[in-house]
Ligand binder design. Structure first.
Ligand SMILES: [Zn+2]
Length: 205
């Protein structure tokens, strides 16, 4: 199996007066995350992990922060683009694992809803999305939300590719049969039994 992994990291400072968006959900909290877009720290980290897995750059290279088009944008747009890049590179997502680091609000009561939402955005089943949260103990970072994400992806085998591969194997088998027939008729070398090992294992003790 041809697999690759990607790592993503993001951080945003809390700011009063804006809605708090994390994992594609709007959370009930007095402060939101400051940012050019909706500041969804989790979706940004996952976007970078997916782009990174196929070496397709990062969120900033596709969506420059100064671009007015992305002012207040729903970060699902970024994630969709990353999934397109992944598909174009011939890969699909296996799973993502995410760690949020923030003092408040508590994530565990809504982690299930968040996983379901992120799985929906990624078009994968919920068991392929893990979301964990920690508090930034002793780091003096209570005013910031950070997120780390890692994504495993695997190459998608096109049905055409599979067919041509089995054709090659089949023609190789036929060629071997012809060679063995020739050998047995010319030199009297007995044909190998189908399915028997190439190596003689009888004398191994
Ligand atoms: Zn961000």
């Amino acid at each position: 199996m041809d697999t690759r992994i990607g790592l993503g990291y993001d951080s945003h400072a809390f700011q009063p007066g804006v809605p708090l968006r994390i994992g594609g959900l709007t959370l009930d909290h007095p402060q939101g995350l400051a940012g050019h877009s909706d500041g969804d720290v989790l979706l940004h980290a996952v976007t970078d992990a997916i782009l990174g897995s196929v070496a397709a750059g990062d969120i900033g290279s596709f969506f420059p922060p100064g671009d007015p088009r992305w002012k207040g944008a729903d970060s699902a747009v970024f994630l969709n683009l990353a999934m397109e890049e992944l598909q174009n590179a011939g890969y699909r997502l296996v799973n993502v694992d995410v760690t949020l680091i923030l003092a408040a609000p508590k994530i565990s009561p809504i982690a299930g809803d968040m996983r379901a939402r992120v799985a929906d955005l990624l078009c994968v089943s919920i068991d392929r999305v893990s979301i964990k949260a920690k508090t930034p103990e002793g780091l003096n970072l209570d005013h910031v939300a950070q997120c780390q994400a890692i994504a495993l992806v695997e190459r998608v085998q096109e049905p055409d590719q599979l067919r041509s591969m089995s054709d090659v194997i089949e023609s190789q088998r036929q060629l071997e049969d012809v060679v063995e027939d020739l050998l047995s008729s010319v030199h009297g070398i007995p044909k190998r039994r189908v399915g028997s090992s190439v190596y003689d294992t009888d004398d191994i003790t």
